[in-house]
Design a protein around this ligand. Structure first.
Ligand code: COA
Length: 153
């Protein structure tokens, strides 16, 4: 398969490290930390690629009937092409098939691109952690806790 989405595997760890560092330069996660996460029960993810070039990924953890997004990123040059939305839609469909009822995530209040993305998918704000994110410069930023129901209406 040269394009589209595929499940993450342990062979993808260097790719995940590279993609994550490009999107989160202030808090990059190592290949080793991705390896530990992917070895945990309930942790799965999807990679999006074009012409076999990795462009972004979504990682989540499922426990009982709930799940949380652990991280999501798309290469800067590949943004605004609907890749993150398709990763989230496919992830939610996969979670729904496993009987998951709710998906949660945290987003920094100043991350307007991500907040617009989640709003477009109808996530709702259900909480706030004051001063949760520390930046190298400037004030601490609140984390917003968002939720979406995966139950059939
Ligand atoms: C947030 C992020 C994952 C979005 O990825 P993306 O592939 O560009 O998002 P999509 O193209 O799927 O966007 C879908 C919708 O989200 C909204 N959106 C996405 N980026 C936006 C931006 N920069 N400004 C405004 N709205 C935006 C729009 O409604 C967009 O639909 P449209 O393009 O038709 O207007 C990407 O910007 C990223 O990797 N950022 C750095 C890492 C990060 O912040 N991850 C999320 C942590 S919670």
């Amino acid at each position: 398969m040269s394009g589209g989405l595929r499940p993450l595997t342990a062979f993808d760890l260097p790719i995940l490290e590279h993609l994550h560092a490009d999107s989160f330069p202030e808090d990059p996660w190592s290949a080793g930390s991705f390896g530990k996460l992917l070895a945990l029960p309930g942790v799965h993810g999807l990679l999006t690629q074009a012409s076999q070039r990795p462009l972004g990924f979504l990682l989540w953890r499922r426990a009982a009937d709930e799940a949380e997004v652990l991280t999501l990123c798309v290469q800067p040059a590949a943004r605004r092409r609907g890749l993150a939305a398709s990763l989230l839609r496919a992830g939610m469909a996969s979670l729904k098939r496993c009987g998951t009822q709710r998906l949660f995530l945290e987003v920094a209040e100043d991350n307007l691109a991500a907040r617009e993305l989640y709003k477009s998918l109808r996530f709702c704000e259900v909480g706030r952690r004051s001063g949760y994110y520390r930046r190298s410069r400037g004030p601490k930023i609140d984390a917003l806790l968002l939720e979406i129901s995966l139950k059939d209406d």
